[in-house]
Design a protein around this ligand. Structure first.
Ligand SMILES: *[C@@H]1O[C@H](CO)[C@@H](O)[C@H](O)[C@H]1NC(C)=O
Ligand SMILES: *[C@@H]1O[C@H](CO)[C@@H](O)[C@H](O)[C@H]1NC(C)=O
Ligand SMILES: *[C@@H]1O[C@H](CO)[C@@H](O)[C@H](O)[C@H]1NC(C)=O
Ligand SMILES: *[C@@H]1O[C@H](CO)[C@@H](O)[C@H](O)[C@H]1NC(C)=O
Ligand SMILES: *[C@@H]1O[C@H](CO)[C@@H](O)[C@H](O)[C@H]1NC(C)=O
Ligand SMILES: *[C@@H]1O[C@H](CO)[C@@H](O)[C@H](O)[C@H]1NC(C)=O
Length: 325
């Protein structure tokens, strides 16, 4: 209920800066939507607030909007528990994700993706399916931003200060969420997000299909490899740390941009695959309950009654026979 109420006041307007910015998340969900089968699209349509007319990407940043006071002033405390679901932090120097150590009680982005995938395959009530769907589309996006599975000491790059292209000071994490994407759209796509979407869409179609497309743990390993071997090096290959503000320019940009764009494309394709698979699992599971006509139910009921009568008769005859002897 709380949920429905929340949509009413929010009306789909979000403002926040964390986690692939709104643009990145929206692009990822649009890419996924482009791959949906009609059956999947029909099912999802029923889970998107009606005023968005089945446009799931409008909900792509819901998971961020609920935890921030400016976008959810009356309810953000209620969603505090979900903050930990947006990331994984591994101990510095480890560069390896260990589920039991880094995702206690499944309270991390890996556990959340598994949890909400499973929940969507069940027949939960509408509000719970909506919650699961909006969380899922967001977290599959987030997990493709390498700084969402990164190092503990600097909170996934959040405490590393950088100045990009002589702009204002921001965090390394935020530069990866949105700074680089924004710069790219401004300089190469006339600030037109739709043109940029088309470009990433083409990238997605060209990305080879991999075995790892299914493997969340492999996605995390790929991220950590990037984090530990590349993303902390500035234009002079000096390791960035929290002690000062690092100036980043074209050198860092040209090195990072291809990774970001590839990850947007991969996230979109993988999310589309996941959603289609969930819809198929639901169809298989609920086939019985939805495809039987009333006539079949009546036949089953009549059949059961007849079987019960026969069993009763047999038991009755047995007892009578025994008494005779
Ligand atoms: C899917 O839906 C679209 C538009 O509603 C329709 O044109 C298309 O034929 C459908 N595809 C299948 C396989 O049913
Ligand atoms: C869906 O919403 C997104 C914004 O989240 C917008 O960019 C996109 O154009 C919309 N798509 C359609 C088909 O309306
Ligand atoms: C994990 O669950 C146990 C038992 O419910 C609890 O004591 C512990 O605090 C939880 N840990 C985290 C990190 O939530
Ligand atoms: C799965 O999601 C539900 C609903 O949000 C939540 O209550 C539950 O704690 C989650 N379970 C795990 C293991 O994350
Ligand atoms: C970018 O920064 C690097 C390293 O600080 C420097 O060597 C290079 O000259 C700078 N490039 C531009 C175009 O400012
Ligand atoms: C930084 O490292 C990369 C890859 O190892 C190398 O291509 C580049 O020349 C190095 N840049 C500087 C300024 O040392």
């Amino acid at each position: 209920m709380l949920f429905i109420f929340f949509f009413a006041i929010l009306g789909g307007k979000f403002s926040y800066t964390e986690a692939w910015g709104a643009v990145g998340h929206s692009i990822i969900v649009r890419l996924a939507q482009d791959q949906l089968t009609n059956a999947t699209a029909d099912w999802l349509q029923s889970l998107v607030p009606w005023h968005f007319r089945g446009n799931l990407s409008a909900m792509a940043s819901w998971a961020d909007s609920i935890i921030h006071e400016n976008s959810n002033p009356t309810g953000f405390i209620n969603w505090e528990w979900s903050k930990k679901l947006h990331y994984i932090n591994v101990p510095d120097g480890s560069c390896i994700y260990q589920v039991d150590r880094d995702c206690e009680n499944n309270t991390c982005i890996d556990g959340a993706i598994r949890n909400y995938t499973e929940r969507l395959e069940k027949n939960l009530d509408l509000a719970q399916q909506q919650e699961a769907l909006y969380f899922l589309v967001h977290f599959v996006g987030d997990i493709h931003q390498p700084f969402h599975t990164a190092l503990k000491s600097d909170y996934g790059g959040n405490t590393i200060k950088v100045r990009f292209m002589n702009g204002r000071v921001t965090s390394l994490h935020s530069l990866w969420d949105s700074g680089i994407i924004q710069y790219r759209i401004q300089t190469d796509f006339q600030s037109n997000v739709n043109k940029y979407y088309e470009y990433i869409h083409q990238l997605m179609l060209r990305e080879p299909i991999l075995n790892s497309d299914d493997d969340i743990q492999e996605w995390i390993r790929e991220n950590l490899k990037l984090v530990c071997n590349q993303l902390y090096f500035d234009g002079n290959n000096q390791t960035m740390d929290v002690t000062k503000t690092h100036n980043l320019n074209e050198t860092y940009y040209m090195r990072s941009r291809p990774i970001i764009e590839k990850h947007l494309a991969l996230a979109g394709r993988r999310l589309g695959t996941i959603l289609n698979r969930i819809a198929q699992a639901r169809a298989r599971q609920f086939l019985l309950s939805t495809s039987l006509s009333p006539v079949v139910y009546i036949l089953i009921a009549v059949g059961s009654v007849i079987i019960m009568l026969i069993v009763t008769l047999v038991v009755f005859l047995c007892i009578r026979n025994r008494k005779k002897r």
